[in-house]
Design a binder for this molecule. Structure first.
Ligand SMILES: NC(=O)c1ccc[n+]([C@@H]2O[C@H](COP(=O)([O-])OP(=O)(O)OC[C@H]3O[C@@H](n4cnc5c(N)ncnc54)[C@H](OP(=O)(O)O)[C@@H]3O)[C@@H](O)[C@H]2O)c1
Length: 327
């Protein structure tokens, strides 16, 4: 990782991504933006049992929306569902068990959801991980890539038919400002060539890929509104377990989960995001640049296309099987 980029990024982070950064940015928020009725809207959020995902699900449930919680652990999912139903009194909370690092299961889940005839207005791809050793899934996929990139790609594209039936469909991807330190590397999506595996770089690569994917989806599916966002540095189990040193140093300055989830919720329910171009990157309810100044991280259209082609090729390997049942 370039020392220049990581230094500029960290200084930016201290100013913008912290609790004080949120306090300063939120002075420009329009408080009425979130006063919307969502009783007739349906939301799906991955990784909904913890951190930002749970805070988002709770807020959407509080506003009366139908919420589909997608969680990999039945037990943790049930706990979150019970808490959300008890806190909000909203009975339209549905739990789905899905590990988003398993492509066949995602296809199976999306097909079952479509066949159930349930509607979906907003998909929030929030589940994410930073695994600090190079581990493979049972399908031989590198775990960070399988969860953050391929899982997001397959879930999003497999749910396009359901989303397309909504009058105002939206897809939100929870990326990370950490991606600003990386330029897209299309030659090693699963980090096979990385000399010494670095989970932080792998994660930032995945989050950079999510930016490109969102831009590409926006072009390919113009009837759906896509956005990708950075929640700031928020106090969640992921930060504690995956970045213990960062957590120890920064814990007093981290945002609350509610502060981190604010822009996810805004993108999911407010009218104003729909007035902005599809495919943009957001931070604190504003479109922000996907590159640091002088960072040389821009990719070419050919590189972006290559990423999408590789994702499509990999997805195809799992698609037919998933459509006809779990293996
Ligand atoms: N917190 C921050 O400062 C920060 C900053 C930038 C970006 N983000 C992004 O925000 C998102 C939410 O993270 P968080 O900070 O709220 O962390 P978190 O509390 O650990 O939540 C992560 C969620 O993702 C789920 N998940 C992970 N792998 C999964 C898989 N294979 N299948 C299904 N679900 C899976 C986790 O499930 P389990 O509970 O079963 O593990 C958990 O529910 C992530 O995409 C992260 O990259 C966070």
């Amino acid at each position: 990782m370039s020392i220049f980029r990581s230094t500029v990024w960290f200084v930016k982070g201290l100013k913008e991504y912290t609790r004080s950064g949120y306090a300063s940015a939120s002075k420009d928020f329009n408080p009425g933006d979130l006063d919307v009725l969502i009783n007739d809207r349906s939301y799906m959020i991955t990784g909904a049992n913890s951190g930002l995902g749970k805070a988002t699900a709770l807020s959407l449930a509080q506003k009366g929306g139908t919420v589909h919680l997608v969680c990999r652990s039945k037990e943790r999912g049930e706990e979150a569902k019970t808490e959300i139903v008890e806190t909000t009194g909203n009975q339209n909370i549905h739990l789905h068990q899905l590990d988003t690092s398993k492509p066949r299961d995602i296809y199976h889940f999306a097909k079952t959801f479509e066949e159930s005839g349930q509607s979906l207005d907003v998909l929030i791809n929030n589940a994410g991980c930073m695994v600090n050793t190079r581990e493979l899934t049972e399908d031989g996929l590198e775990k960070n890539f399988a969860t953050n990139t391929l899982g997001t790609h397959i879930l999003t594209t497999a749910l396009i038919p359901v989303l397309s039936k909504s009058s105002k469909p939206r897809v939100i991807i929870v990326s990370s400002g950490g991606m600003l330190t990386q330029s897209l590397n299309i030659t090693d999506l699963q980090f096979e060539k990385m000399k010494k595996f670095d989970g932080t770089v792998a994660y930032a690569q995945n989050k950079r890929q999510q930016i490109i994917m969102t831009e590409q989806y926006a072009q390919k599916y113009p009837s759906i509104h896509f956005s990708v966002m950075h929640p700031g540095w928020s106090d969640t189990p992921a930060v504690q377990s995956s970045m213990p040193q960062f957590y120890e140093k920064m814990k007093s300055r981290l945002r609350t989960v509610e502060e981190g989830a604010d822009t996810i919720i805004w993108l999911a329910v407010a009218e104003n995001p729909l007035k902005l171009k599809s495919g943009c990157f957001f931070q604190d309810r504003k479109v922000v640049s996907t590159h640091l100044p002088l960072a040389w991280t821009k990719s070419t259209p050919e590189q972006d296309q290559s990423l999408m082609t590789q994702l499509e090729d990999l997805s195809r390997r799992f698609q037919t099987e998933g459509a006809f049942g779990k293996s």
